[in-house]
Design a protein around this ligand. Structure first.
Ligand code: SF4
Length: 467
């Protein structure tokens, strides 16, 4: 026995990845390995509604589960249901086959808890924070052209598409991404994709101070490959862009997409041009629990690196009931780092969107978690836990400049102007004394902890009109 490991608060043990056997589920009993690896088969067998979920699980899930799911879709869901078989298969992989026991294991499953929420998951008293907003990061307000958010001085976010191969219950872009739900009518992108991309490229040409482009959505796996390749090649023609980051949760949710020869060949062509021009080309993905990291995910990440992508990085989301313990975070990070060649990069606090309180953690809890995971992974692979503060941007959780723990309000500063502030300054005739660098740093922006995590006096205050 390795006493050095077992006597640590987190006992590190290297564990091989496993692909759960999909044939344990009645609806996929006859699915072959070749079908499973086929991206088209995965897409055409995605589960989009309760009828399809019943067809996969047969009698394994109780009627009560389906009632709770239907109630959630009617009363709370901000994202519609869309689950590739790959993703569904990672839920409750070792559950017993007796329906009551299977349902309990399924309900407790961390991937199920954020990909397939049911009513009983939501907080009964505080499903939403009083300050929650649909576009909680105000990204659309910072669009310089439709879908292009210019928030930081040298970086932009380009949203090419408003759909994904999978929909996550906690999606920050719930305002825009996916189909409307009973509770949320989605905002629609209005420009044709080609026109939107033209306008984005035109803006970037006119704005050489932007050196870093996050190409995202939605999920890039839903952009037809020739369209994505042509956008990336044109981006590479702009000498000013030095970093390109491609965002796709599908590396984890639908790795079969990124394993398709036509996609890998195309990426290889893009990577060659990027290397010739010394542009850093990386892929960012989104795994929240070690169960999602399977051999197919590792194979997809390896294939991306093999065709010339410089780095595959993970940006997870910290969520209660999913991964908000040191063990869960470290198990995930070690699986990514040791077995899948994916760098554990960030964990974001779950954003303040409606009906997300049961997932959100307080800043204090996140600070404790950050401390707990230090020292186990190599420094460069130790993820930072960050809070995306509205009107500020990503901040490491220990960067709060003040914190009222009773009311759960932390305060944050920034050292730059967002696109929104620059536009306001322009409209009000340039710099005024209160928008100079000192004034920018002095301004404190609030962020709010989930009310149910506060001490009783704080909860009482939030029960009254907003403090
Ligand atoms: S893949 Fe990303 S953009 Fe799509 S639903 Fe999930 S979190 Fe939202």
């Amino acid at each position: 026995m390795d006493h050095h490991a077992t006597r640590q608060p987190y006992p590190y043990v290297r564990r091989p990845l496993t692909e759960p056997d999909w044939r344990r589920l009645p609806g996929w009993r006859d699915v072959t390995a070749a079908q499973w690896r086929d991206a088209q088969w995965q897409r055409s067998h995605c589960v989009k509604n309760i009828r399809q979920l019943r067809a996969v699980y047969g009698g394994l899930l109780t009627d009560r589960f389906y009632e709770e799911l239907a109630a959630d879709q009617a009363q709370f869901a901000t994202m519609s249901m869309l689950l590739p078989p790959q993703m569904l298969n990672t839920m409750a992989p070792h559950a017993p086959t007796e329906p009551q026991a299977f349902t309990e294991a399924f309900l407790a499953d961390p991937v199920r808890r954020y990909m397939l929420p049911v009513r009983a998951d939501r907080h009964p008293r505080w499903p939403s924070h009083p300050k929650a907003e649909r576009d909680s990061l105000h990204e659309a307000e910072m669009w310089v052209v439709e879908g292009l958010t210019h928030r930081y001085p040298t970086k932009v976010l380009a949203e090419l598409v408003a759909t994904c191969p999978q929909y996550c219950g906690h999606c920050t872009r719930m305002d825009l991404v996916g189909n409307s739900t009973a509770q949320v009518t989605k905002t629609r992108l209005e420009l044709r994709p080609a026109d939107r991309q033209e306008q984005m490229l035109d803006y970037l040409k006119r704005t050489p101070s932007v050196r870093d482009v996050v190409v995202s959505g939605g999920d890039l796996a839903n952009v037809p490959w020739p369209q994505l390749e042509s956008f990336l090649m044109r981006l590479l023609e702009l000498g000013s862009v030095r970093d390109i980051r491609l965002a796709s949760k599908a590396v984890v949710g639908l790795p079969q997409h990124w394993l398709q020869p036509k996609v890998l060949e195309g990426l290889g062509r893009v990577a060659k041009v990027a290397a010739r021009r010394s542009v850093n080309l990386a892929v960012h993905t989104h795994a929240n629990h070690v169960r999602s990291v399977t051999p197919l995910v590792a194979e997809a990440a390896r294939a991306l690196l093999d065709v010339g992508i410089q780095d595959v990085r993970n940006q997870g989301v910290l969520m209660r009931g999913v991964n908000a313990t040191p063990e869960d975070l470290l198990d995930l990070c070690f699986a990514l780092q040791d077995e899948a060649n994916i760098l554990p990069y960030y964990f974001y606090l779950c954003d303040m969107i409606p009906n997300a309180e049961h997932w959100r953690t307080s800043v204090h809890e996140a600070q404790v978690l950050q401390d707990a995971i230090m020292g186990y992974l190599p420094g460069y692979a130790t993820p930072r836990i960050v809070c995306d503060v509205p009107h500020v941007g990503k901040r490491w959780v220990h960067q709060a400049v003040a914190y009222d723990r009773e009311l759960g309000i932390s305060y944050w500063t920034k050292n730059y102007r967002t696109g929104l502030e620059l536009r306001t300054a322009q409209e009000t005739d340039g710099d005024s004394a209160d928008s100079g660098p000192d004034a920018l740093l002095a301004r404190r922006h609030p962020y709010y902890d989930p009310v149910d995590t506060l001490p009783e006096p704080g909860r009482r205050r939030w029960s009254e009109p907003c403090p």
